[in-house]
Write a protein that binds this ligand. Structure first.
Ligand SMILES: NC(=O)C1=CN([C@@H]2O[C@H](COP(=O)(O)OP(=O)(O)OC[C@H]3O[C@@H](n4cnc5c(N)ncnc54)[C@H](OP(=O)(O)O)[C@@H]3O)[C@@H](O)[C@H]2O)C=CC1
Ligand SMILES: O=C(O)CCC(=O)C(=O)O
Ligand SMILES: [Mg+2]
Length: 442
């Protein structure tokens, strides 16, 4: 294993953070990770659009100095390490960075590098706005009613990675501990006893199924949800709602079943609304409202159980606005909502720590490996993640230019395969050509 040598680009300067604000020079150094699978195709198209938008908006007065940092397959192949320390350090030192998707194997293998970066930099908010661009094909009747901003808790929940595979020594230790310390609760893990396994074997034999070896095997995972994690996430969501004049914040949870994790998230969430924003119960609760005379007056803080919420956002999307939720719910919700506005080809995001200013922007989608190297997929998600990054830096003119160009390019119906296959009269263009179309539309 060798550590990649990173040479900061000459002429660039660091973004810093002081008094709760980013200080962005006109020549910021921004680290980027190309990403696995379709990542390189998408990045090649995206970086050209981002540079062109900045050039257009500031006529050469401002320019991003990109610095490649390594992670994922490219890093492993070149340096023998999946996530070099220098990458994490660069994201830490330069504060704002952007990345392509990174592969995570299912079952075994390495843990998610994406999740690792979020945890190492303590990027506690995963911010994923979901809005419709006119003309984008959608499976719902009124996609224009979908305008939500997901605040997904980004460091806890089952993504903490405290998991023990069935049959391992650690797993046996935890099972033994549970059996001793919590015998009643342990008894509920009914499939975790030899008696149950034997019973099932007998049933199979009775219907003539062949006998096979089957022991007690239970994978165990722990779902930590802290008050701190909830508080800083919900505080960020309500603050965003106030700053952006949104109507409501919905706490999405499965607290009826997971009472002390997801249920606590709801209760702590309402408490944040009361303690920090002066919210009061609405019609006897549990919903709250920020009363007259306080910043954000009229904003409703409500909650919804996750399963019902998934149907509500399809049937009555206009009733939902800012959404604050736990890590796993937020992961599911972001792809589901993205589908309502045209799919994950156009679903941006940012991982942010609003206290330190650290942020890593990235698309909602993954590596889409079957399209790797084909210059085919939609670069829209990474480009719009770049748009979020520019706005985060206060470079709003460049960000606005990207949004306007996106509207024009989609209206011209020259779009990548994902939109073209659903859009009448569209011409399918390559990933790079969609980038060209955006640059032309700037
Ligand atoms: N933050 C990250 O880095 C993330 C990484 N991942 C990782 O990515 C890998 C692959 O995950 P997978 O579950 O297949 O999910 P993906 O998001 O990679 O792809 C699923 C499907 O979504 C569509 N899609 C994805 N990206 C685009 C795009 N840019 N343009 C148009 N359509 C797109 C494609 O649909 P169709 O087949 O219909 O064309 C694709 O087959 C896994 O290892 C996973 O862990 C996943 C999510 C996030
Ligand atoms: O880390 C991964 O591989 C998947 C993460 C993911 O799906 C997400 O953050 O939306
Ligand atoms: Mg996901």
């Amino acid at each position: 294993m060798t550590e990649p040598k990173l040479t900061p680009p000459a002429g660039g300067a660091r973004i810093t953070h002081a008094h709760g604000r980013l200080q962005v020079p006109d020549n910021p150094i921004i680290p980027f990770i190309e990403g696995d699978g379709t990542g390189p195709d998408i990045w090649r198209a995206s970086v050209r659009v981002l540079d062109a938008a900045v050039a257009k908006a500031y006529g050469g007065k401002r320019r991003i100095h990109w610095m490649e940092v390594y992670a994922g397959e490219k890093s492993y192949n070149q340096f023998g390490t999946w996530l070099p320390d220098s990458t994490v350090e660069a994201c830490r030192e330069y504060l704002v960075s952007i990345k392509g998707p990174l592969t995570t194997p299912v079952g075994g293998g390495i843990r998610s590098l994406n999740v690792a970066l979020r945890q190492m930099l303590d990027l506690f908010v995963c911010l994923r706005p979901v809005r419709w661009f006119k003309g984008v094909p959608s499976p719902v009747k009124k996609p224009q009613e979908v305008d939500m901003v997901i605040f997904r808790e980004n460091t806890e929940d089952i993504y903490a990675g405290i998991e023990y595979a069935a049959g391992t020594e650690e797993n046996a230790k935890l099972m033994a501990f549970l059996a001793e310390a919590f015998p009643k609760a342990f008894d509920k893990i009914r499939f975790g006893t030899q008696q149950k396994v034997d019973g099932w074997q007998k049933q199979l034999e009775a219907i003539g199924a062949p006998r096979r070896e089957l022991g007690v095997e239970v994978g165990l995972g722990i779902k930590p949800v802290s008050r701190l994690g909830t508080e800083r996430l919900v505080h960020s969501a309500i603050s965003y709602a106030i700053q952006n004049k949104r109507k409501s914040v919905t706490l999405v949870h499965k607290g009826n079943i997971m009472k002390f994790t997801e249920g606590a998230f709801r209760d702590w969430g309402y408490q944040v609304a009361r303690d920090f924003f002066g919210a009061v119960e609405l019609d006897g609760g549990p919903w709250h409202v920020i009363p007259e005379g306080k910043p954000g007056a009229g904003i409703v803080i409500k909650d919804a159980i996750a399963d019902a919420f998934l149907q509500q956002i399809l049937l009555r999307p206009a009733e939902y606005d800012v959404v604050a939720t736990l890590n796993l719910n937020g992961d599911y919700l972001s792809d589901a909502l993205a589908a309502q506005v045209g799919g994950i080809g156009i679903a941006p995001g940012g991982n942010i720590n609003y206290v330190t200013g650290h942020a890593v922007f990235e698309a909602t989608h993954g590596t889409a490996p079957k399209y790797a190297g084909q210059d085919k997929v939609n670069p829209g998600s990474v480009i719009l993640s770049g748009e979020m990054m520019l706005r985060y830096m206060g470079w709003n003119e460049a960000a606005d230019a990207i949004i306007a160009a996106m509207d024009k390019a989609i209206a011209a119906k020259r779009v990548t395969y994902d939109f073209a296959r659903l859009m009448e009269g569209a011409t399918e263009v390559k990933c790079s050509e969609f980038g060209d179309a955006l640059i032309a539309a700037l």
